[in-house]
Every structure is written in C-alpha cells, then in structure tokens.
Write a protein that binds this ligand. Structure first.
Ligand code: KG4
Ligand code: ZN
Length: 347
C-alpha cells in the first residue's frame, strides 16, 4: 500500500516481479494549486478498498495467497500516511499476516530495480521527488551511505514552485518539461545546446569544489527559484512574461539538470561505482535522463524507471517490504505513520 501523498496505490508483488498494480491519482487537488493534506487523507480512505481489489484481480490472487503486508510508513503527509498504515494494520492483523512499514524513498530505489535486472547494488542512487533530493551510495540493499542532499527545496518542489510563478498549473514538473520542449522546438535543432535567452545560476556547482567538502555533493534549489521569480517579475512589468515562459522554463530545467547530473557524475568518479539508479517523480523528466546519460558518458550505467514506476506506486513499496521481510524484519502492531521518517540503513 502507498498513500504518502496524492496517489492511492495497491500492488501484489512476488519473486517474479509485479503481479498486479493499481494507482489512483487524486485530481481533487488541481483546483487548489497543490496537495491539500486533509483532502488527500479522505480520498485515500475512499479509494483503498477498490485499489486492493483491482491489484488482486489483476494478479489473479485470493486473500489466502497473500503472505505479508507492506505499507509506506513515512516520510509524507501524516494524515495521508495514516490512511494506508491503518488499512494495512487492520488487514494484516485480521489475516494473521506479518506487517512491514516501508520508507517511501527507499521504495523508489526498489521501484527502478523492479524494471531493470542490472539495477542492483553496489550503485549510486539519485532520488528526486516532490519532498526529497538525495544522492547516496548503496553498498547493498539496506546498507546506504548518504553523499549529499538538498539544503532547502527538493528538486520536484522547485519545479512545482517555478511552474506556479510562471502561471502553469499543478503539478508543475510535467508542465515545465512541456514548456521547455516548446522552447527547444521554436529555437530549432541548430540552437541545441547553445545558451538560450536567459541565463540562470547553477547553485552549489563550482569547479573549485573539492571531494570532502559537504558542498561537493549537496544541492540547493531555493535560490534558483528566487532567480526565476526575479526575472519573471521584471518581464511582467514590461508585459513580456507570457512570451518568455517557455524559454525561462527551459533554462530553469537546464540548471536543475546540470546540477543533478554533475553531482551524480562526481559520485560515480569518487566511488568507482558505475551503476546509477534514478528514482522519484522527477525521474519522469526526459531531459534529466538525457542529461545524466550525457554527463556520465561511458563511465556510468544509468537505470531509470518508466513513467509508471517513477510516480508513487505500491509495487515499489511491496518490493522493499519483500526484501526486508525475507531478512526476518517485522513491524510491531504499534507501527505509526511518521512524517519525517529517517532513511533506513544509513551508515
Ligand atoms: O515521487 P513523487 O511522485 O512524489 C513524492 O514522493 O514527492 O514526485 C512528485 C514530483 C512533483 O514535484 C512533480 O512536479 C515532479 O515529481 N515531476 C516532474 C515531472 N513529472 C513529475 N518533475 C519534472 N519533470 C517531470 N516530467
Ligand atoms: Zn515519491
């Protein structure tokens, strides 16, 4: 079960992979320009039974076939998480099954591994979502070393906030990508790779950064958002913002991709770990996948999830739960939702 934000999802997973997966994306939030926590929790409660039925029907399994229950216990919106945690606890208790609370971001790593046989430790993990931006080294499943993270806004959060400032609807990530594609098409193939009309900073990226500095891997996206807002404000005064939205969105996306791709390249270089596993909603961004592949070149091997598994889903949570249950881990019946749950297994 996955209910940490605005996707209600249930899945059935076994050793062969995904047997059944149902995802309901809540559209009730669009009118508010962002996720409304109270609405999210209520929608989860309404959809959970149906999602479980769908996933089980697709998997062609019965309740008696289920061997364990995994559920996202955090991080996320606490009310939304509670809907899933309570459902999972009730189901597991009633059926006498083991229960396991999963960390949502660790789940994203397992999501990519569900689709790619090669996405196995040791690897560098780049997790980019609406709430988190993490660069880590996975030495084994469940054994991680945090290399860097954002010091302020998450990458997806920056996409969403910049989109909002440019007058694009929520969620902003896909809208920015589309605007950037329009900008590229208008500028023509000849302009590919050439600097465009706007130039934004690449925060926390300098040739003088040295391995060992925390800044070598850390990121920051809040200043970038402010830089966009300042340019947008000036353009607005001249009545020129509408015509500039696509180009500005394109440059913003380039700046985020440059930072993420270079930090990841550094991690590959410093750890001699060739494999890179990408996860989280922002992994849907095709320019990010392209930029990472370009920057890594032949020194890296990129594993990216398909759009379906990049988005929040229960298959990745079930896969993470299966791994931990196989090691004998169980959550107690007192399992609770934790909005700021710490990443498990960090050295
Ligand atoms: O992992 P996710 O589905 O939910 C969280 O765990 O937060 O990530 C959602 C984030 C949102 O910020 C959304 O704008 C972003 O992923 N996103 C994208 C794209 N599609 C979704 N960001 C950039 N480009 C995209 N195509
Ligand atoms: Zn997520």
């Amino acid at each position: 079960m996955e209910t940490s934000c605005d996707e209600t999802s249930a899945a059935v997973v076994d050793e062969s992979g995904i047997r059944g997966l149902a995802i309901a994306s809540q559209d009730a939030h669009a009118a508010f320009g962002g996720v409304v926590p109270e609405i999210a929790a209520r929608e989860h409660i309404r959809s959970l039974d149906a999602m479980v039925r769908h996933a089980m029907r697709e998997a062609e399994v019965d309740h008696a076939d289920i061997a364990g229950v995994g559920v996202t216990a955090g991080p996320g919106l606490v009310g939304a998480l509670l809907a899933g945690v309570n459902w999972a606890k009730a189901y597991a208790f009633a059926r006498g099954l083991p229960l396991l609370g999963v960390h949502h971001m660790e789940g994203h790593l397992f999501g990519t591994a569900l689709e790619h046989e090669g996405a196995q430790p040791p690897f560098i993990g780049l997790l980019v979502s609406g709430g988190h931006t993490l660069l880590l080294e996975a030495r084994a499943w469940g054994r991680y070393r945090l290399l860097g993270q954002t010091r302020d806004d998450a990458a997806g959060e920056a996409f969403d906030k910049v989109a909002r400032r440019l007058g694009l609807p929520y969620p902003g990530g896909p809208q920015i990508q589309r605007a950037a594609e329009r900008s590229a098409a208008a500028r023509g193939a000849a302009a590919r790779g050439a600097p465009g009309r706007f130039r934004l900073p690449r925060p926390m990226l300098s040739r003088r950064d040295l391995p060992g500095d925390p800044a070598y891997y850390d990121m920051s996206f809040s200043g970038l958002k402010t830089a966009v807002a300042r340019i947008a404000g000036d353009l607005e005064e001249e009545g020129a913002l509408a015509d500039a939205v696509d180009d500005l969105a394109a440059e913003f996306q380039e700046a985020v991709v440059d930072v993420l791709a270079e930090k990841t390249r550094r991690a590959v270089e410093q750890t001699s770990c060739r494999r890179v596993v990408l996860g989280g909603g922002v992994a849907r961004n095709s320019r990010l996948r392209e930029g990472l592949a370009e920057r890594l070149g032949t020194s890296g091997e990129l594993y990216a999830p398909s759009p379906r598994l990049a988005t929040d889903n229960a298959a990745m949570i079930a896969a993470a739960a299966r791994f931990r249950m196989a090691r004998g881990e169980r959550s107690p019946w007192s399992l609770n939702a934790e909005a700021a749950l710490a990443f498990p297994g960090l050295a």
